[in-house]
Design a protein around this ligand. Sequence first.
Ligand SMILES: [Zn+2]
Length: 256
Amino acid sequence: MSKLSIAYIFQNQQLLVDHDFQLPQVGKLKDDLILSADFEVIARDLKQNESIPSGYQLVPIRQLLQVWNKQQFEQASRAVQLLEWRRNHQFCGRCGEKTKQILDQFSMKCPSCGYSQYPRVNPCVITIITRGDDEILLAKNTRHKKMYSLIAGFVEVGETLEEAVRRETKEEVNIEIKNIQYLASQPWPFPSNLMIAFRAEYHSGEIKLEEKEISDAQFFKFDALPELPFKGSIAYEMIMHILHGNRVADETKEWL
Ligand SMILES: [Zn+2]
């Protein structure tokens, strides 16, 4: 039997953990994705007819965000994103041939034309907009019943991060902003984003909603906020930063 490794075993966006939310140790299989140089951390999907070992359960990774520390979550996040990348690049995007996985550099390489496909992150800007000393702009996505969050969206080809911040704000709520400042970043595995956080100040304009995406948006007083995003999300940390001066995505602190 091969040496045991710590395993991230996923089914969709759920991860196999024991009742204390710890990862299993299993023997390595042929097509497991190796996450560490010493082969001690691996990742794979739960096989179709593989049963869940007794004492273990499948838990959505969003839920683990609330019981794990930042480092544990980021490693799980990396595992789920690499598996997603491998699943989506089984064929060459240039010539259609079946690709081969190059183990030591996370590349899916085409044996026929030589084209290599690497994991990709999607940059996504997220902005907290203040007005005066005691108001922040929060918007409710049409997908959510009660929760309000920040203005966010993907960076487009040829655009700077600051241009993306201005454009998304203009598109979603139709206002102009000023003093855009970088705050922090966070990898976000749903499915493979890099969230890049900014703060900005309201400059001018009336709120007008992009109704396909946003069902409500208002400047809320600090002491009268609606339901907020969950702890561990960068949006939550950004709001706490504005309210209480907490650092955002601080490397040295655990989230809880
Ligand atoms: Zn090819």
